[in-house]
Design a protein around this ligand. Structure first.
Ligand code: NAP
Ligand code: MG
Length: 462
């Protein structure tokens, strides 16, 4: 696997200030696939300076021109799609077809959407005797996780560039090679020097230095709620804009009128894809008492089919963490009907696709984000009970509702405390705002709402 031994700062690959490195492992076989520099506060400082310097000219570039460059970036991602998929498979472990379709495919859609939005968005508005200008916030510090390595980067960088902001990215330590590929794509697309900068490194070192840097105007973070709270506090103290995309514990609500087989199968597939490492995964399946046992056997059967098709989780720590949650579920009285905590292979960080029945809403596995291939099936008595359970966590990122007709599902979805709901298996929309209610976060990504995060208003009165 190709790896750069420098940082992409000010339009060039520059040697890192320090000598520490990060070794990237393939979670499927635990073998090293590359090595990147571990950045320090000094690397971050150099990158933020480059971004500051590039900001005035980029902010003044007509939006349609910014859009054309984002379109060129999209084309570079298209040209590299096989390399991107292979790289994500090597450092995240996801099966190659999934890497091709989702990890490489979705960022192409999203960058394409911002190429168009930059050119068509209204950066000016008339309100009464005022003209309101939407202006870029400034320098963005983007901190991303490993679960969708390129998607998480593009979700931040594409709208930031469309808005006229410049960016310093600190990607996850587990998946820096994909981030380096993105930097290459940005370079070859002709994104001007300093508009996009990359510093690889560790969260508590490079990530923290970026979040704390006084030259950063907006911090956009995706990852764990624990780190998100810290970043929110740091940004708050400095009166900086902040966007937090944190964890989830989404409910898949199967109403009594729904097609049970379809809903259960889709629910299991949703959790198992990417080995359960999706913040919006529907990890709690809610089924009415009358059809509970039927749902449990359907889910167990569906999960068993994933057996050898599922990829590993990202690293040894996550594997131990997920297996620990499975043990905890058993301890608290839930019943394993598929999978279990035993590691299915000697090598690689694999976890068995696991389904729990007899899960009660207050159990740890029904409350905390597991981030692994684990589904909990919870019984409800009536609709109000289902709603209470669905809303009964600190999270509110996503969810699903299934019913005989959309109207019934919509009525339920409107009562859910969550930012995104799929109705009867509705498909992914790269323009729909994505983000959390409650502790799932602050702010939205994707589409015009995602673009608005990087803008601030200036009103002129006449
Ligand atoms: P994390 O630590 O929150 O990592 C997210 C990003 O923040 C990474 O780039 C990380 O760097 C960085 N970071 C860590 N500590 C930081 C600090 N003090 N200041 C600034 N940046 C910091 O998440 P994780 O450890 O990879 O995963 C832990 C759990 O987070 C998962 O089990 C899951 O529950 C949740 N998670 C959620 C999402 C989501 O999309 N909502 C994504 C991934 C994980 P390093 O890579 O060096 O740690
Ligand atoms: Mg971490």
């Amino acid at each position: 696997m190709k790896a750069h031994d420098g940082m992409y700062i000010g339009g060039a690959w520059r040697p890192a200030v320090g000598t520490d490195t990060i070794t990237v492992l393939n979670p499927a076989d635990e073998q090293p696939v590359g090595q990147v520099p571990a950045g320090t506060a000094q690397d971050i400082d150099a990158a933020v300076r480059a971004a500051r310097e590039a900001f005035p000219a980029w902010a003044a570039t007509p939006p349609a021109e910014r859009g054309a460059l984002i379109g060129a970036l999209r084309d570079q991602l298209v040209a590299r799609k096989d390399e991107i998929a292979e790289t994500v498979t090597a450092e995240l472990g996801s099966p190659l077809p999934f890497s091709e379709m989702v990890h490489a495919g979705v960022p192409i859609l999203v960058s394409g959407s911002y190429a168009e939005l930059a050119a068509t968005y209204s950066f000016e508005e008339k309100i009464g005797n005022s003209t309101v200008y939407m202006e870029p916030v400034g320098v963005v510090g983007a901190i991303t996780p490993w679960n969708y390595p390129l998607h998480q980067i593009v979700n931040k960088v594409a709208p930031a560039l469309a808005a006229g902001c410049t960016v310093v990215l600190k990607p996850a330590e587990d998946t820096p090679l994909t981030a380096q590929l993105f930097a290459e794509a940005a370079h070859d697309a002709g994104i001007p020097a300093g508009v996009f900068n990359l510093v690889t490194g560790l969260g508590p070192v490079a990530g923290q230095a970026l979040a704390e840097h006084e030259g950063v105007d907006l911090v956009s973070f995706t990852g764990s709620t624990a780190v998100g709270k810290q970043i929110g506090a740091t940004a708050g103290a400095a009166v900086k804009r902040v966007a937090l995309e944190l964890g989830g514990k989404s409910a898949n609500v199967i109403l009594p009128s729904a097609d049970l087989t379809k809903a259960v199968k889709a629910g299991v597939a949703n959790v198992m894809s990417n080995s359960g490492q999706t913040c919006s995964a529907w990890t709690r399946m809610l089924v009415d008492s009358a059809r509970y046992d039927e749902a449990v056997s359907l889910a167990a059967e569906a999960a068993a089919k994933y057996g050898s098709r599922i990829g590993p989780v990202v690293n040894a720590k996550q594997q131990a963490r997920v297996r620990g949650y499975i043990d905890k579920g058993v301890e608290e009285g839930a019943r394993v009907v598929a999978g279990g905590s035993e590691a299915p292979r000697e090598q690689g960080y694999f976890v068995q696709p696991t389904v729990f029945a007899d899960v009660t809403p207050e159990m740890t596995i029904a409350q905390e984000e597991i981030f692994g291939p684990v589904v909990s099936i919870i019984r409800y008595e009536d609709e109000d009970d289902a709603l209470r359970i669905a809303n009964g966590t600190v999270y509110g990122l996503a969810g699903a509702v299934w019913a005989a007709d959309d109207a019934e599902a919509i009525a339920f979805a409107r009562r859910m405390d969550t930012g995104q709901v799929d109705i009867n298996g509705g498909s992914f929309n790269p323009l729909a705002p994505f983000g959390g209610y409650k502790q799932s976060g602050v702010g939205r990504e994707l589409g015009p709402h995602g673009l608005a995060e990087y803008l601030q208003t200036k009103s002129l009165q006449f």
